[in-house]
Write a protein that binds this ligand. Sequence first.
Ligand code: UTP
Length: 297
Amino acid sequence: MRTKVTKAIFPVAGLGTRFLPATKSVPKEIMTLVDRPLVQYAIDEARAAGIKEFIFVTSRGKGALEDYFDNAPQLEQELRRKGKTELLELLKSTDMDSGEIAYMRQHRPLGLGHAVWCARRLIGNEPFAVILPDDIIAAEKPCLAQMVEAFAETQGNIVAAMEVPPEKASSYGILDIKEDMGRIVSTKGMVEKPALGEAPSNLAVIGRYILTPKVLQKLNKKRTGAGGEIQLTDAIADARDSGEEVYGFRFEGQRFDCGSKSGYLQATVAFALARDDLRDDLWTFLNDLVHAEKAAQ
Ligand code: UTP
């Protein structure tokens, strides 16, 4: 029987140390790309892919995230009173129906695999998506929607993948490719953060997954891997070793690693330049900056 993907896990319990001191009090996922927090992009992408249940794995200090998806009666009342209907409309994207969103605590940051495992009881026995909100993907058709279409065909585990240069491979989970079919590759394994020169391919896993319940079973083992953390990649590789298919999916779009300062800044510029209301000013500013820099050389 073919199964649809209607649940998504958003692991947001990491410490976000690369953005300290900001992340001492502001969750990384609430940081804004232009005027929307990273997590809003993730929710929009999930909705566009047909997701109906949104499961956040959070930790201490992530209250701002829960508030973001809650009603704000005072603010709304004030906007209504002032006739700011456009702003009220804008707030609608943060509306969540009762029961549509759930929060689960990861009490200690034991790794991404452990964060996903924390949501196991809410997933049950069906395939599910995992979205890392700090991976932002600009695409005509949202990345997860592309993957859901691919899953409808394959019904096997699918991980979003992109090519990376060899010197960057040790920062990612890397696919060991069995057969390259173009957009989809079948795999014979995965290695999390391989040592320099030991990557089995140049295809790196990024923060979008569609997984089967088998992966949750494998996470039950709570095996620690690279960096002493319970790695999601290891559990996916274990599921593959016990006979499940795992596919890499070359998505269409541009991925920004907003968990890193440089990726976050690049995303900010790219998303601002894509906006009609900001493009001209920003473009002029960047042009002037480049000219001044060149003139000074
Ligand atoms: P990262 O590797 O980016 O870690 O986690 P981090 O803690 O968010 O950030 P840095 O490296 O300290 O700057 C990738 C994703 O996995 C989640 C994070 O919230 C992020 O969405 N995660 C990671 C958890 O939910 N729990 C963990 O124990 C680890």
